[in-house]
Design a protein around this ligand. Structure first.
Ligand code: AVI
Length: 316
């Protein structure tokens, strides 16, 4: 327990629960149970995002390959997920470029192992050069390919969990990592009917709520906290000023929660919230602004048949 207090998670919880507006970063939602719950979210009827991006890769991989040409030598994926979409794209690129290298980058060793197994089985002729660690370390390492261009993938609306400032800083960092002529394919969720957004983050089966409650259980498990989940409610709503779906856990009564490892007690007023996540939604104008702020040129936008989601191909 003492070690847990000084872990990255322990320090983030201490800071987050002592803040005037309580907040814990969404990155801590992804312990092993949280990651499994997120996979369940991606399969929900209401969570259209994953299906839209799957559709784009299923139906338009050849158009993406036409747009990037055959000179791609290396595909780098930041946050590699389950590899399902990437496999389709790699297959299409490999059709025109036989000397292809794939570099999956993820903080989770399990995710890297899963994708390595998947790619070795499905695409044995593509060279694999995985990196386990955070994006900052990877992008600073910057091993450039000796010949040919690079395609960087940042899919699944992961950029949506960054504020606009963080997003343009991150895309600028990718821009610095790239050579002139390299590409970035960025998955972005578009602004749309507010009821669809609410349904996607407040699903009927309560999987999204469970995903958030898991953070209370993680604090109980790892930090000896005594959160009673029945005294909190999941609250997900669209903040139009921010252009983002926001997720909170709201205390349904005034209460105190002890966190043994941190030797602290957190006090909650009735309806006081812990902020967990923002999921930003983009307009086409927002996408062009993000590209311009980071030095990229928008080459082409690939959208699903309902126009809910975009994979934006940017070039340096
Ligand atoms: C990982 N990320 C893009 C998801 C999103 O839509 O913001 C996380 C998520 N949170 C609740 N549902 C899905």
């Amino acid at each position: 327990m003492a070690a847990a207090a000084n872990s990255e998670f322990g320090l983030a919880v201490e800071r987050g629960l002592k803040a005037d507006q309580k907040a814990i970063s969404s990155r801590y939602l992804y312990d092993s149970r949280g990651s499994a719950l997120f996979v369940e979210i991606t399969q929900l009827d209401e969570y259209y995002l994953s299906r839209c991006e799957d559709e784009i890769f299923r139906d338009q991989a050849h158009r993406i390959v036409n747009a990037i040409g055959s000179e791609i030598a290396e595909v780098v994926e930041l946050g590699c997920g389950d590899g399902f979409k990437t496999e389709r794209l790699l297959q299409a690129i490999h059709g025109v470029q036989s000397q292809l290298k794939f570099v999956p980058v993820d903080i989770s060793e399990d995710a890297i192992q899963t994708i390595e197994e998947r790619m070795t089985d499905a695409l044995p002729n593509i060279r694999l050069d995985s990196f386990t660690g955070d994006y900052d370390h990877f992008l600073q390492r910057n091993a450039k390919p000796t010949s040919g261009a690079r395609l960087v993938l940042f899919l699944g609306s992961n950029i949506g969990n960054f504020t606009h400032t963080e997003a343009s800083r991150f895309v600028r960092q990718i821009h610095q990592y790239c050579n002139t002529g390299d590409y970035l394919l960025l998955g972005l969720d578009l602004k749309k009917d507010i009821d669809l957004l609410h349904a996607a983050y407040n699903d009927n089966r309560g999987v999204t709520a469970e995903f958030n409650f898991n953070l209370l259980e993680r604090m109980n498990r790892e930090l000896g906290a005594d959160f009673d989940r029945d005294k909190f409610r999941h609250h997900g709503y669209y903040n139009a000023q921010l252009g983002a779906m926001q997720s909170y856990l709201v205390s349904t009564e005034a209460q105190s929660v002890a966190v043994e490892a941190l030797d602290m007690v957190a006090h909650f007023d009735c309806l006081e919230a812990i902020h967990l996540e923002d999921s930003h939604k983009y307009s086409l104008q927002d996408i062009h602004r993000l590209a311009a702020q980071s030095g990229f040129r928008v080459q082409e936008l690939f959208s699903d048949s309902r126009g809910y989601f975009v994979d934006a191909l940017l070039q340096k």
